[in-house]
Design a protein around this ligand. Structure first.
Ligand code: DGL
Length: 263
């Protein structure tokens, strides 16, 4: 029986927000989680360099783990590297993560939506095209946060979060214009759902926070169903790969907490 895993890839802990949904709806699958912690944070990388790095990292990952499919659980990577990955590894199905601008545009009542992402995702042509194609009747504010992904890493590893810093990072999302207020904030970085309760607490008024993890997992399931085999063997363990090869102890503990053993 084929036991080829589903690979879930991110720069750090963010993809765990997608992995937990993927496990719920694909309980029969084995997963290999990859944290490109040697490349974290992705937000400030120059596009060409980041794309080349990720394509190169995949050569080794595919050779070692022979995944049945791959989920790029990172907006910053997906918005630039998906086509390069598909061209380099044509036999591998890739599912990406892109800002949930379309559902936000469909749901907003006030017509004011904010997209909270890394500075990289905010700059991408891909993100601007999504707004042009799906949100032309809506006012979309793009907010590139320098520090939230790092704050989420600290929170998940050490349980500490600087709430004043969270408040400062999310403040530009809140627009109050001609009697209308922002009513939806799209979490366009997979790290951010881990801080959403703090964001709720520090928000100037209540909004709907869109976490696309479940939608991404459903898309992955639809593709997994088209593949042959892939059922996990009874004693199969989900694994984690760190590209640094030497993650700090707190990060290893966190991964153990998610039921992942170091590959
Ligand atoms: N988790 C990543 C994303 O979804 C990026 C975090 C980072 O490396 O800055 O965009």
């Amino acid at each position: 029986m084929s036991d080829r895993p589903v690979l879930v890839f991110d720069s750090g802990i963010g993809g765990l927000s997608v992995l937990r949904e993927a496990r719920v709806i694909m309980p029969g699958r084995r997963f290999v989680y990859v944290a490109d912690d040697a490349g974290f944070p992705y937000g400030a990388w120059e596009e060409g360099k980041l794309s080349a790095r990720i394509v190169a990292v995949f050569s080794d990952l595919i050779a070692r783990h022979d995944p049945a499919m791959t989920l790029i659980a990172c907006n910053t990577a997906s918005t630039i590297v998906l086509s390069a990955l598909r061209a380099a590894y044509p036999a591998m199905p890739f599912v990406g993560t892109v800002p949930a601008i379309k559902p936000a545009a469909e749901r907003t009542r006030s017509g004011l939506v904010s997209v909270l992402a890394t500075p990289g995702t905010v700059k991408r042509q891909y993100t601007r095209d999504l707004i042009r194609d799906y949100a032309d009747k809506v006012h979309v504010r793009l907010v590139g946060s320098e520090n939230l992904a790092g704050l989420a890493e600290t929170y998940m590893r050490r349980g500490f979060v600087d709430e004043a810093a969270v408040a400062a990072e999310i403040a530009p999302c809140f627009v109050d214009h001609e009697g209308q207020q922002t009513d939806i904030v799209v979490l366009a970085c997979t790290h951010f759902p881990f801080l959403v309760n703090r964001m709720r607490k520090m928000a100037p008024w209540p909004v709907d926070w869109i976490d696309p993890a479940e939608a991404i997992a459903r898309r992955a399931l639809a593709i997994a169903e088209t593949l042959e085999g892939g059922e996990a063997l009874p004693d199969a363990r989900d694994q984690v790969v760190f590209t640094s090869g030497a993650p700090e102890y707190a990060l290893q503990r966190l991964m153990h907490g998610f039921g992942l053993t170091v590959a």
